[in-house]
Design a protein around this ligand. Structure first.
Ligand code: ATP
Ligand code: MG
Length: 612
């Protein structure tokens, strides 16, 4: 085997290329040049001029730097090196500030932030690593590029410097070219980093803005939807109110017709001297009046403004008392079953109204079972926790339920949605007023309870009343008996009547005088007080609650009691004034009677109060 010598066998390019490899001598030349440059003064300069520095290209980057001069802070305790590097950088377009130790460097950095810090490692007071640590801890300097210069050669030193957070690490001696290239590169890198960070910040801000726009659009959409829903609710409410007022107007016109027609005929018959017909028309007028009173009573019940007289009540006993009436009302085709829970808690309820409500539910059940069926009345103790309470729109706690179940026609969803509306009925004209359930609803709500309906078409219906448990003993449902046979006689006692309605005043005056009382009267509060201030004997004050003249009945009564501390007071109320007289929570010696009242009921109440 022969190994060819010389170059004859090689291609010309390869021969040329090989001869251009830098020699070891050429590389060591760089260090010599560097060392010479570190010589002080002109000697170095002269050598520098003739040496490698001239070869450092003034490239584009350097030139553009010249335009917006980059600032360099140079920290080195060696004055020669400081001067040299300073001049080198200045020559290449940098604005240079030099300091001799770490602490001075830190102060200079904080006074004015440069674009780059070039620092020696070994320095007095604060060395390069200390300075670097301080820079990285300072929020306003943290992202500044730092190039470290050290005489400690070797990879370990370099790794240590970079580990400490330096951006670059140069080992002395280094070439001017390398230093310039690294400074330029690090400044450019920092600038790119800053621009990138700004771009991220800008896009984050943009994203935030978009998010906010989206949120406000969603918000707007929600508001619009809420407005639409509110408008719908409002129109449904108006429809219900329209139905209510229309229903009232219709019923009242009928009743007024009955009353005014009777009065007109009465007048005619009296003129004609046909007195035998008189009682018939009086009966007709009274009948219409009673129906009108019943109607307003139901309306007030629905509006939860009736005057209630709640008493501790055992529902089982109340139902037992009514069972016979229910059986008679529902007829023989319907089997009535009563299931009373053992140990049923008492409730605080107006017993008359509850009897009314139960009867109404049973009549509805009967009407739903024209061909007969089974009607069940059931009571139970109930615990409502937060969830079931919320579902039933009741505060959690203990309740007593009273449910009436039938096996009748049941109801559609649409019907269920409307049954509590006043005047809503599916019954033929003249058979239902549509006030039964609305009245029960109002009454139960006013009694802090709830009514619930469970119904399925063709299966039947359960209506349940929930009433809050009463902590205390039930009393017997003894209500005050109104003497049916005539007025109770008075014994010369004096009653003061305060009422602004002349017709009502006249009526009461007649009744009470006939019953044997002395009667004084006033048309408003101040008029009444004048009489109360006099020496006149007064056994009872009967006052309307709604009064003109700046004082309501309650205020008249309070003023009267400061003059006559034990004076008995009977309030007369329509409906809205219940709150004025404490919603039934009255001081001893005070009572309420609700308009319209039966004449004999007034006389009896007056007797009762005066005797008490
Ligand atoms: N148990 C029931 N089964 C089926 N439908 C019922 C039942 N209870 C009530 N309803 C329906 O609810 C409607 C309203 O009942 P509500 O008691 O308020 O009025 P009404 O019975 O029609 O008339 P009113 O009670 O004033 O004489 C009824 O017309 C009926 O359609
Ligand atoms: Mg009914």
């Amino acid at each position: 085997m022969t190994i060819p010598l010389g170059t004859a066998h090689l291609s010309p390019e390869r021969v040329k290329g090989a001869s251009e490899e830098p020699s070891t001598a050429a590389r060591s030349q760089t260090f010599v040049e560097e060392a010479l440059r570190w010589l002080p003064g002109d000697a170095g300069d002269a050598l520098l001029d003739a040496g490698a520095a001239r070869e450092v290209p003034h490239d584009d980057a350097a030139q553009s730097m010249q335009a917006d001069r980059r600032r360099v802070l140079l920290a080195d305790d060696n004055a020669d090196l400081r001067d040299y590097i300073g001049r080198l950088l200045a020559d290449h377009g940098y604005e240079v500030e030099t300091v001799a130790d770490g602490e001075a460097a830190l102060a200079a950095l904080r006074a004015q932030r440069p674009d780059i810090l070039v620092t020696d490692v070994m320095m007095p007071r604060l060395d390069g690593f200390g300075l670097l640590a301080a820079v990285r801890q300072d929020a306003s300097l943290r992202d500044m590029p730092v190039v470290m210069l050290s005489a400690r050669a070797g990879d370990d030193a370099k790794v240590e410097g970079l580990d400490a957070g330096a951006d670059d690490y140069l080992t002395k001696p280094f070439s001017a070219r390398e230093l310039l290239a690294r400074v330029a590169a690090n400044v450019a890198m920092a600038r790119l980093r800053r621009e990138a960070a700004e771009a991220v910040r800008a896009s984050e801000a943009k994203l935030r803005e978009l998010n906010q726009q989206l949120e406000s659009r969603v918000q707007l959409a929600i508001e619009q939807r809420e407005q639409a829903e509110e408008a719908l609710r409002q129109s449904q409410k108006m429809e219900a109110v329209g139905q209510l007022t229309g229903g009232i107007a219709h019923d009242f016109n009928n009743l007024l017709m009955g009353i005014s027609g009777s009065l007109q005929l009465l007048e005619t018959r009296i003129e004609q001297g046909r007195l035998d017909a008189v009682p018939r028309y009086i009966d007709a007028a009274q009948g219409a009046t009673k129906r009108a009173a019943a109607l307003t009573q139901r309306l007030l019940a629905f509006s939860r403004r009736q005057t209630l007289d709640p008493k501790p009540t055992n529902l089982n006993r109340l139902i037992t008392d009514m069972e016979e009436l229910v059986r008679r009302t529902t007829g023989p085709t319907i089997a009535v079953e009563v299931v009373g829970a053992v140990g049923l808690w008492p409730v605080l309820i107006d017993q008359n109204q509850l009897e009314n409500a139960l009867l109404n539910l049973c009549i509805n059940a009967r009407d739903a079972m024209p061909d007969g069926g089974r009607l069940t009345i059931e009571t139970a103790n109930r615990w409502l926790d937060g969830n079931t309470g919320t579902e039933r729109d009741l505060p959690p706690g203990q309740y007593v339920s009273l449910c009436v179940t039938d096996t009748g026609s049941g109801m559609s969803k649409e019907t269920i949605g409307r049954i509590f509306e006043p005047f809503f009925t599916t019954k033929p004209l003249g058979q239902g007023t549509g006030l039964g359930l609305s009245m029960i609803y109002g009454f139960v709500r006013q009694s802090n309870g709830q009514i619930r309906v469970y119904s399925e078409l063709g299966q039947g219906t359960t209506m349940c009343l929930y009433l809050p448990r009463h902590h205390g003993e039930a009393t017997d449902g003894e209500t005050v008996e109104t003497g049916a046979d005539g007025f109770e006689a008075g014994y010369g006692e004096t009653v003061l009547i305060v009422d602004d309605e002349p017709a009502v005043r006249l009526l009461m005056l007649d009744v009470l005088q006939e019953a044997g009382y002395r009667v004084l009267e006033a048309a408003d509060g101040p008029g009444g007080l004048k009489i109360l201030q006099s020496e006149a004997r007064i056994d009872l004050l009967v006052t309307d609650v709604g009064l003109p003249g700046g004082m309501n009945g309650r205020q008249v009564a309070d003023a009267a009691r400061t003059l006559r501390p034990n004076l008995k007071v009977l309030f007369i109320t329509g409906y809205a004034e219940n709150a004025v007289v404490g919603n039934g929570h009255l001081d001893p010696g005070m009572q309420v009677i609700t308009k319209p009242f039966a004449i004999d009921a007034l006389a009896n109440r007056v007797r009762e109060m005066i005797d008490a």
